[in-house]
Write a protein that binds this ligand. Structure first.
Ligand code: DQA
Length: 147
């Protein structure tokens, strides 16, 4: 099966961006681990990070044409702002898990609301890079169950 991992704005800066909040691991390191984890399970994984809302939206649209079966997404700041990216995920009807490195509920009130959580299969936050690995593990299990 094919799985897509999407990361939103500023996550290209992981490793140097507010390391007390987001840790020292780079996005390349996270993505390489996920690609290996998927390969070991006999699946194919693609990654995209973008700072542009329309690129993420168009990648979601393409995902349906490509037959992507599951999406793992950290919408970053778009979590709290983007009706458009939410609508794209709703439109393609591809199941997705929402991931945040930080525990958004321990942070500023504007981070407590997500436009994605009510549509997501599940939400993981506060576990750092491990959150992506756990999300992928759950996605692979769901795919193997034919969900
Ligand atoms: C984030 C949390 C968001 O509030 C923030 O805007 C981000 C990253 C996280 O992974 O913890 O850019 O999604």
């Amino acid at each position: 099966a094919s799985i897509l991992v999407l990361n939103g704005p500023n996550l290209n800066l992981l490793g140097t961006r507010e390391p007390k909040i987001y840790g020292a691991t780079t996005l390349d390191e996270i993505n390489s681990r996920l690609i290996r984890q998927a390969q070991e399970a006999g699946h194919h994984l693609q990654c995209l990070q973008s700072n542009a809302e329309y690129e993420l939206i168009e990648r979601v649209h393409d995902a349906r044409r490509e037959g992507i079966q599951f999406i793992v997404i950290n919408p970053a700041a778009f979590t709290h702002t983007s009706v458009a990216l939410r609508d794209a995920l709703a439109a393609v009807e591809i199941p997705f898990i929402e991931v945040h490195l930080s525990n958004v509920h321990q942070r500023e009130p504007f981070r407590h609301h997500s436009y994605f959580s009510d549509l997501a299969v599940g939400v993981i936050c506060g576990l750092g890079p491990q959150g992506y690995e756990l999300a992928l593990q759950a996605a692979l299990a769901q795919i193997d169950q034919g969900v």
